[in-house]
Design a protein around this ligand. Structure first.
Ligand SMILES: Cc1cc2nc3c(=O)[nH]c(=O)nc-3n(C[C@H](O)[C@H](O)[C@H](O)COP(=O)(O)OP(=O)(O)OC[C@H]3O[C@@H](n4cnc5c(N)ncnc54)[C@H](O)[C@@H]3O)c2cc1C
Length: 338
């Protein structure tokens, strides 16, 4: 019987997770990743690495919970094993203006989720900004290049193939021989598919040397956040829709610096290590679905906005499930022909 050939487009966190899941479970399937960039140069490599569903458009809450919690549990497994630059830390979501806070659909499945009481709010308001409400839970922060390198190594060890290439369409002749194409091209899907629902959400962050900070905090009203990881501390951020610029600008730098120093004033004495600008793959909702076209199965898995590191493992399970259903149908098809 002819060997099934799978092309995974994109070597970001989502492409790697799908490629690893399929190649490790089905060693006889020929899996090739085609990608323009590889770790440490993908969007996920530069990201904050915080587990926290964020900027995913109108993706249904039940799916966010399913994908997010499976990823949370996977990070927990790696954290227990040790050696992956993942830490477990408190996270505070703070609110300045009184309003009703909808409950997060995943709240009762993460560690220690609760609405903060007055005492804790007073403590977190001690630097001057008065917070009127907030939620807290304990979550994972990964140092992204480590987890991307880990998945890349796993794929290599499983004898996966890798091709460095920028494809201009899903009909690219290099994909001709593949039975299944898994599209994890993030923002690239806008031109590749093409899908005009995909748009950039520009984010500028700074990495600081501030090893004395050991909790993550997000100001829900200004969008500022502080996310320490095992190697440095990320401060951010901006969320500029439809902005394709990778250039730094003074206005954003001031916005981030001033806002994060309001949250933790001691940051003014921390050493700045580097700036980074990335484009989140925004979409009205994450696209994870099968499409049959010209005798080929396409599985789309893109548009993860600000949550690629929060959802990747759960999303790759759904991709695997679609792939397995397809294999089953193909097998029956071959049997019925015999
Ligand atoms: C400032 C910032 C902070 C963030 N912080 C967090 C956070 O704390 N937690 C979190 O969960 N998420 C965070 N994110 C979001 C996260 O980075 C993205 O959701 C994630 O990177 C999406 O992963 P992906 O694999 O789908 O896409 P990408 O990482 O963008 O990878 C896409 C891959 O496809 C390839 N590709 C694209 N087009 C083509 C083509 N035509 N041909 C060949 N290859 C192609 C690219 O080269 C790349 O390898 C942040 C993002 C930014 C910008």
């Amino acid at each position: 019987m002819k060997m099934t050939k799978v092309a995974v487009l994109g070597a970001g966190i989502n492409g790697l997770a799908c490629a690893v899941k399929i190649k490790e479970k089905y060693p006889d399937v020929d899996v090739t990743i085609f990608s323009n960039d590889f770790t440490p140069n993908t969007t996920g490599d530069g990201s904050g690495g915080l587990w926290n569903p964020y900027l995913c458009g109108n993706t249904p809450k039940d799916l966010l919970t399913k994908w997010g919690i499976e990823t949370f549990q996977y990070l927990h497994k790696l954290w227990k094993e040790g050696g992956y630059d993942i830490c477990l830390m408190p996270m505070y979501e703070l609110i300045r203006k009184e309003r009703e806070l909808p409950q997060h659909s995943w709240a009762n499945q993460v560690f220690g989720y609760r609405t903060m009481g007055q005492k804790q709010l007073d403590f977190l308001s001690r630097f001057g900004v008065k917070y009127v409400a907030g939620r807290t839970f304990t979550t994972f922060v990964v140092y992204p290049p480590t987890i991307l390198a880990h998945l890349y190594d796993r794929f290599n060890k499983a004898n996966g193939n890798v091709v460095q290439a920028k494809l201009s369409s899903l009909e690219d002749p290099r994909l001709q021989d593949y039975d299944v194409v898994i599209n994890c091209t993030g923002l690239g899907a806008r031109d590749l598919v093409p899908d005009t629902n995909v748009f950039p959400i520009r984010g500028h962050i700074m990495r600081m040397n501030a090893s004395w900070i050991n909790y993550s905090v997000v100001d829900e009203d200004t969008g500022h956040y502080i996310i320490p990881n095992v190697n440095n501390c990320v401060i951010g951020g901006t969320h500029q829709e439809n902005d394709y610029s990778y250039n730094l600008n003074e206005e954003d730098t001031k916005f981030i610096t001033n806002g994060c120093q309001e949250l933790i004033p001691g940051l003014k004495n921390a050493e700045l290590l580097r700036h980074w600008v990335g484009l989140r793959p925004g979409r009205n909702e994450i696209r994870l679905e099968a499409e049959n076209k010209d005798g080929k199965l396409y599985i789309h898995n893109y548009g993860h906005g600000g949550s690629g590191l929060t959802l990747f493992w759960g999303c790759s399970s759904d991709v695997l499930e679609i792939f397995e259903k397809h294999m089953k149908v193909e097998k029956q098809h071959v049997k019925s022909k015999l």
